[in-house]
Design a protein around this ligand. Structure first.
Ligand code: SF4
Length: 365
């Protein structure tokens, strides 16, 4: 029987297998890897590890606590559905909604703006999360104009600074770089990371894309070189989307940002510029932020025990930094399930634990 391209790539990867730890930093890559059981068909020496590629999973508990405090003070909180069940230190947005707070699920910032327009007497806050892929549309909305009763709680993150940190702290050999993020930032921002000895291949989201990315990293390792390669030229180029980035940086500026599971990373987040401070929830509602009591011990990267015991035993911090795989978590598939998640990695459709569980019976390609 003739081998298809995927099978040829699998054979090639397995023929050239050496001990190799490849990290991806994209929830959609994890879905592809889990859905097609790619880990099962490639040599076990070639390890595919998840990094902090799920925006919901890396949103720090403090930001969730702030959103809940805003809701409890009478604001309308609008949020993507995935965010609703992610725990802060004192429960989730979903819990706060059950207690009577006005928290509404939206699919985009435009939905949130519509809610603000339809309710001019209410303060509406949009919980803005996501990487470089999501932020430009939020910037565009602010540039178009939003009602006075609308603010954003920004928890946006930038991927290259997190990748850079992970090269220092984790034992990885190379990266599959995220296709979606790269459509905006291009491939140039990865150059400084690859120059430190880490092969980087930007890949798309089909099984074939991922397999090609793995084979290309193997090639680089085999040749003793590290550079940035683009295995997703149908969507990504070196420069990225300049217009989207211009819009993004007209509205936002880089700021230090805390990532759940990792901690503070210099210049890895985005805050609203001064010209937009009247739409910045952290500025407009600063008094509420100051009032919430954040237990910094409970929100430290490796401390997952929340007041309500929600996190007890959860290994999301290790999973987001490739120090563990979901199957090493004693709660995986027992006490922690998609319908009853313990930690954010099981809540989100982009979470590693969620995808491992959802596709656990899938057979390899
Ligand atoms: S299986 Fe659940 S408890 Fe374990 S690391 Fe994943 S999200 Fe946390």
């Amino acid at each position: 029987m003739m081998e298809n391209i995927e099978q040829k790539l699998i054979s090639r990867i397995n023929e050239h297998a050496t001990t190799l730890r490849i990290m991806h930093v994209c929830g959609t890559h994890e879905r592809t890897i889990s859905k097609y059981a790619i880990r099962d068909v490639i040599n076990e020496d070639v390890q595919l590890l998840s990094g902090p590629g799920c925006p919901v999973c890396v949103t720090p508990a403090e930001d969730i606590d702030f959103a809940i405090a805003l809701a409890r003070s009478g604001k309308v909180i609008t949020s993507f559905g995935d965010m609703m069940r992610v725990p802060g230190t004192k429960g989730s947005l979903f819990d706060a909604r059950s207690d009577g707070s006005d928290i509404r699920m939206v699919y985009s910032i435009d939905d949130a703006i519509r809610i603000a327009k339809d309710n001019p007497t209410l303060q509406t806050v949009f919980f803005g999360i996501g990487f470089e892929t999501t932020t430009p549309s939020n910037a565009a909305a602010l540039l178009r104009g939003v009602p006075e009763n609308f603010t954003i709680l920004t928890s946006h993150k930038l991927m290259p600074p997190a990748m850079e940190i992970l090269t220092q702290d984790t034992n990885i050999d190379g990266f599959l770089a995220p296709g979606h993020v790269s459509t905006i930032i291009g491939t140039d921002p990865y150059e400084c990371i690859s120059k430190k000895g880490f092969p980087i291949v930007v890949t798309g989201f089909e099984a074939l894309d991922v397999l090609l990315g793995i084979a290309m990293i193997q090639n680089q390792i085999g040749s003793g070189r590290s550079f940035v390669e683009n295995a997703y030229p149908r969507a990504v180029n070196a420069e990225g989307n300049l217009m989207a980035r211009e819009m993004m940086y007209e509205v936002f500026k880089k700021t230090d940002s805390k990532w759940r599971g990792i901690g503070m990373i210099e210049k890895s987040g985005l805050a609203l510029r001064k010209e937009f401070e009247q739409f910045d929830a952290a500025n407009v509602h600063a008094g509420i932020y100051e009032e919430i009591e954040i237990d910094h011990e409970k929100t430290a990267p490796d401390t997952d025990v929340a007041e309500n015991g929600l996190y007890e035993g959860c290994m999301c911090a290790e999973i987001l930094t490739a120090r563990a795989q979901p199957s090493q978590c004693p709660l995986f598939g027992t006490k922690c399930l998609p319908k009853d998640p313990v930690g954010p990695c099981m809540v989100s459709l982009e979470g590693t634990c969620y995808n491992w569980y959802k596709y656990k019976h899938n057979k390899g390609l």
